[in-house]
Design a protein around this ligand. Structure first.
Ligand SMILES: C[S@@+](CC[C@H](N)C(=O)[O-])C[C@H]1O[C@@H](n2cnc3c(N)ncnc32)[C@H](O)[C@@H]1O
Length: 305
């Protein structure tokens, strides 16, 4: 009886020991099951991996931190998602259409020891939901970038997007670099601000209206103050951070800095020699339509339309 119990417990221990060991496959083990070829066809674009150095630069340009959730669209062998987890401590998902490639990438995730943070899913970037990402990366094609653009622009203001090689057409990048004749671009999703905003401070002593025009992150417009109108000077928008300046009725340049929260802007007005004035702006009526944020007409086929 004692011998039987002893045998059972030895068996239990070796099963426990076998479990993790069986999972601990190396990259070479992963490649024994499937070895992809650079240039092999994919659903909408072939597989060509981004060089390691550029992967690191793209993630650094997007200022990825352990607080981020990175999604790589068209993940290939998973290298961007793996680097986001391994080098930057982020949580990451790679979306890859080719099932063999997705399995290989998931095997690499295990081999690199980042399965607690990183996963690869087999799926189509035009069907999968990536709206919760705080950073989106891609190495696709110009047309594919254009056709995910409206979904990226609908994401939380401040979401960063890094693309290897290809642009977002008229959405100009906020940053770019060229390394060894390879370009990478970065965009920050802008808040929606087009429309008319009424600004006032707590006691109503400061009161003006700003009309903002917007195309992606580019903004401009004018201020109506004290019965007159003035153009906005140096208006800029990055994510939800907005700045502009204008000349007030006394000829003093006033600098506004604030943060957009949906239909409210909270911030302060600064002029030389006087204390800052805290202000809130409220949208008058509704935000202006944003045709620049809509799906491009050529993209319907990717969404079964
Ligand atoms: C140029 S590779 C880039 C791989 C990886 N992101 C990198 O930078 O190393 C593009 C990948 O997208 C995949 N792909 C193509 N169309 C796709 C789609 N509709 N949904 C998901 N993946 C797709 C291809 O199989 C290929 O692995």
């Amino acid at each position: 009886m004692r011998l039987a119990l002893a045998l059972i417990s030895v068996a239990a221990v070796s099963t426990l020991a076998l479990g993790p060991a069986a999972d601990a496959r190396s990259r070479a083990d992963c490649e024994r099951d499937y070895r992809p070829q650079v240039g092999q066809s994919g659903k909408d674009v072939v597989w060509v991996p981004t060089p390691d150095e550029l992967v690191t630069k793209m993630l650094a340009m997007a200022k990825v931190t352990p607080k981020d959730y990175v999604v790589d669209l068209g993940a290939g062998d998973g290298k961007i998602a793996i680097a986001a987890g391994k080098k930057f401590g982020a949580t990451a998902t790679g979306i890859e259409y080719n099932p063999d490639m997705a399995r290989l990438a998931q095997c690499y995730v295990q081999a690199e020891g980042v399965a607690d943070k990183v996963k690869i899913i087999q799926g189509d970037i035009f069907k999968e939901d990536f709206s919760k990402a705080t950073v989106v990366t891609m190495y696709l094609l110009p047309e594919l970038n254009l056709c995910v653009r409206h979904r990226v622009l609908a994401m939380k203001p401040g979401t960063r997007v890094a693309s290897h090689s290809f642009t977002m057409v008229e959405w100009e990048p906020d940053e770019s670099f060229d390394a060894d004749h390879r370009n990478a671009y970065l965009w920050v999703v802008p808040a929606r601000v087009g429309g008319s905003w009424a600004f006032r401070n707590g006691n109503g002593s400061v009161d003006f209206t700003v009309s903002l025009t917007q195309s992606f992150q580019k903004i401009g417009g004018e201020v109506a103050i004290g019965g007159g109108r003035q153009p906005l000077l140096g208006a800029s928008l990055q994510g939800d951070s907005i700045r502009f300046a204008f000349t007030d009725t006394k000829g003093v340049t006033q600098h506004f800095t604030g943060a957009v929260h949906g239909t409210t802007i909270i911030g302060s007005l600064r002029a030389s020699g006087v204390a800052d004035v805290d202000l809130a702006g409220k949208v008058q009526g509704a935000l202006a339509p944003a045709p620049w944020a809509e799906m491009a007409s050529a993209c319907g086929r990717f969404y079964g339309k």
